[in-house]
Design a protein around this ligand. Structure first.
Ligand code: PEP
Length: 250
C-alpha cells in the first residue's frame, strides 16, 4: 500500500496564541490536499487555541516536545496525557535544537517515543548529522545509531505508525537544502535500518520525512523520491509558502 505523505510545520518558538489563530486562519484555505496529512506543530501555549481554530479542517495539531513521565514534580514540563486531552495527535521528539540546547539524548528520545505511543500520539522522531559528521563520512553510521536507540522496545506495530524526520543539522534554518540525492540516500538508509530491526512490512509502512530549508521550489523534487514521504518544515511553515509546499503535487 502506498504511504500517505505527511507534511508538518515546526513553528519553533514563534507565534503568540492570538498570532497562532491568525496564521491558522490565513493558512487554512491554502493547505487543502487530500493526498497529504497536514500537521502544524505549535508552541505548547498555542495548542488549545490552535486545536479550536483547525476544527472542521484537514489540519492536525502537533506539539514540539513532551516529557516522558506521566505526571508529578517536573516543573515546566508537559505530559503526554495533557497533550492527548488537548487534542494533540503528533509530537516532535528529539529535534536537533532540543538535543543541542536542552541536552536531549538518544536515550531520552527513546523514553519519549515509548510514552507517546502509550498515549496514542504519533511521534515525529528527528535524526540528522552535523556538517563535521557528513564531512567525515560517518553520516549513515551516526543516523543508524540514533534510529536504533530511538526504537528500543518499540513494537513493530508501533513502528509502522511512527514518523521519522531526517534533518541534516547543517540544512536547518540555513537556507542550505540537502541535494535530492543526499536526502534520498539517507532516507533509504533509515528505511533499511527499520527493515533490519523489524521486517520488510514495517520498513515499507514507516513514513520518513526530509527536513532542512524545504521551500516551495525544492519540495516537489524532494517529495517525489521513493523513500521521502513528505517534510518537516521550519521557516517556511510560518508563511503562505507552506500552502504551496503542502500542495507540491498540484
Ligand atoms: C526544522 O526546524 O525542523 C526545520 C527543518 O527548519 P527549516 O525548514 O527552517 O530549515
Amino acid at each position: 500500500m502506498a504511504r500517505k505523505k505527511i507534511i508538518a510545520g515546526n513553528w519553533k518558538m514563534n507565534m503568540t496564541p492570538s498570532q497562532a489563530v491568525e496564521l491558522i486562519n490565513t493558512l487554512k484555505p491554502l493547505v487543502g490536499n487530500d493526498e497529504v496529512d497536514v500537521v502544524f506543530c505549535v508552541p505548547a501555549i498555542d495548542i488549545i487555541p490552535a486545536v479550536e481554530a483547525v476544527k472542521g479542517t484537514n489540519i492536525h495539531i502537533g506539539a514540539e516536545n513532551m516529557y516522558f513521565e506521566e505526571k508529578g514534580a517536573f516543573t515546566g514540563e508537559i505530559s503526554p496525557a495533557m497533550l492527548d486531552d488537548a487534542g494533540v495527535k503528533y509530537v516532535i521528539i528529539g529535534h536537533s535544537e532540543r538535543r543541542e540546547y536542552f541536552a536531549e539524548t538518544n536515550e531520552t528520545v527513546n523514553r519519549k517515543v515509548l510514552k507517546a505511543f502509550e498515549h496514542d500520539i504519533t511521534p515525529i522522531i528527528c535524526c540528522g548529522e552535523s556538517l563535521t559528521q557528513r564531512e567525515q563520512g560517518v553520516t549513515i553510521d551516526f543516523i543508524r545509531q540514533q534510529i536504533k536507540v530511538a526504537f528500543l522496545n518499540v513494537t513493530a506495530d508501533q513502528a509502522k505508525k511512527a514518523v521519522i524526520a531526517y534533518e541534516p543539522i547543517w540544512a536547518i534554518g540555513t537556507g542550505k537544502v540537502a541535494t535530492t540525492e543526499q536526502a534520498q540516500e539517507v532516507c533509504k538508509a533509515i528505511r533499511d535500518c527499520i527493515t533490519e530491526i523489524y521486517d520488510a512490512a514495517t520498513g515499507e509502512a514507516i513514513r520518513i520525512q526530509y527536513g532542512g530549508s524545504v521551500s516551495a521550489s525544492s519540495a516537489p523534487e524532494l517529495f517525489a523520491q521513493p523513500d521521502i514521504d513528505g517534510g518537516l518544515v521550519g521557516g517556511a511553515s510560518l508563511k503562505a509558502d507552506f500552502g504551496q509546499i503542502v500542495c507540491y503535487n498540484k
